[in-house]
Design a protein around this ligand. Structure first.
Ligand code: PMP
Ligand code: GLN
Length: 384
């Protein structure tokens, strides 16, 4: 392994899923739903396979049907109007979109400001690009992780090339507010920075929270690469269909990198996702209502088990503080949890450069059937 990737051995998700298997524990570590997405969308994939659509290399930027559907989705939900021919790129999941964006836009030695804790691939991709990450730590206050705007400003230097933003935010479940996003946008314009924004959880927001794409703020359209994925919105994490939208110049740059990573993404699933994006509003409303009920179920279980819960406004992750249980080290706690209670969670500290800032927090995925969450609640009660 070269020096750039030293320290990025096995992802925490693979490690903790293996631990769940080995110990027969319930896996609330890696985030994936235990119910697949809509039947009619699966049928659409079968039809595409059977009818020979996408069984050979699809076009590099993605099949036209999907690019058109992505553009229409941006229009319908946010009033944005990317040109499907020049401003949309289909990728192998959001993971490839992140990698291709960072590889395409960064020079060795550039600095990337990102919100800590961060999704694990950010650090690895910044490293592969030869750039340096500069974390800005989200801090819990009154039950929510907040972005300190002064800290964000102070993190930007003359070497900063881009801001890497994620909202709704994994692992904290925070949805950045309009005010926070406006401040990020102002800073980007003032310091002439590019912004890569990972919005894969765009439809997973609850209660009064609202997802506002960064690209909708003044001055942002021309400097923002927006990333999303069908994995989260339609519960098909195994399909690996993601996308990038942005100006023709930015999308062309990202496509240059994508060409040499995967060349193209799997064909038949692209046709199916095009149909999924056209599902009526009721689909999105039900998705949110379903996940919100699951969030509340797990939050109640965790509270009863003695954790302090930071109830998320978005995503399908919940953060629990282990200190009320007399514990302080989330990593040790998560390693012992399968033995103690038959449950797997992720220590949030692995998503930090300042590990101590995340030490008392652990992350549970709640995109699981109610009976599973109830069983988890029952098992965790034995900890008290
Ligand atoms: N970004 C974030 C914040 C995520 O949580 C995930 C899902 N693990 C991804 C990107 C990757 O998405 P995909 O599965 O589409 O590659
Ligand atoms: N996005 C999911 C999570 O955060 C899983 C990602 C993965 O396995 N690489 O848990």
């Amino acid at each position: 392994l070269n020096r750039r990737l030293a320290g990025f051995g096995t992802t925490i998700f693979a490690e903790m899923s293996a631990l769940a298997l080995r110990t027969g524990s319930i896996n609330l570590g890696q985030g994936f739903p235990d119910t697949d997405g809509p039947e009619e969308v699966r049928e659409a994939a079968v039809r595409a396979l059977r009818d020979g659509r996408g069984n050979q290399y699809p076009p590099g930027p993605g099949v036209p049907e999907l690019r058109t559907a992505i553009a229409a989705h941006q229009q319908r939900h946010y009033g944005l109007s990317p040109d499907p021919d020049t401003e949309v790129l289909v990728t192998a999941g959001a993971t490839e979109a992140i990698a291709a964006s960072l590889l395409a836009l960064l020079e060795p030695g550039d600095e990337v400001v990102a919100l800590e804790p961060y999704y694990d691939s950010y650090a690895a991709c910044v490293a592969m690009a030869g750039a340096t990450r500069v974390p800005v730590t989200l801090r819990p206050r009154e039950g929510r992780f907040h972005l300190d705007l002064d800290e964000l400003r102070d993190a930007v230097t003359d070497r900063t090339r881009l801001l890497l933003i994620n909202t709704p935010h994994n692992p904290t479940g925070t949805v950045l507010t309009r005010e926070e996003l406006a401040a990020i946008a102002e800073l980007a314009v003032e310091r002439d920075l590019l912004v890569v924004t990972d919005e894969v959880y765009e439809h997973l927001v609850f209660d009064d929270a609202e997802h506002v794409p960064l690209a909708t703020f003044p001055g942002m359209r021309d400097r923002t690469v927006t990333i999303s994925s069908a994995g989260k919105t339609f519960s098909f994490t195994g399909w690996k269909v993601g996308w990038v939208t942005g100006t023709p110049e930015l999308v062309t740059a990202v496509r240059s990198a994508k060409q040499y990573l995967t060349y193209v993404s799997a064909g038949p699933f692209q046709y199916a996702v095009a149909e999924a994006l056209a599902l009526p509003d009721a689909y999105y409303t039900e998705l949110r209502a379903d996940l919100r009920a699951k969030r509340d179920l797990l939050a109640t279980g965790l509270t009863e088990a003695g954790f302090e819960v930071l109830r998320p406004a978005g995503t399908y992750f919940i953060t629990a503080d282990i200190r009320p249980l007399g514990e302080t080290d989330g990593e040790a706690f998560c390693l012992a949890l399968p033995e103690r209670a038959g449950v797997v969670a992720i220590p949030t500290s692995v998503f930090y450069d300042h590990r101590e800032a995340g030490a008392p927090y652990i992350r549970f995925a709640f995109c699981k059937q109610p009976a599973v969450l109830q069983e988890v609640a029952k098992r965790l009660k034995t900890l008290a």
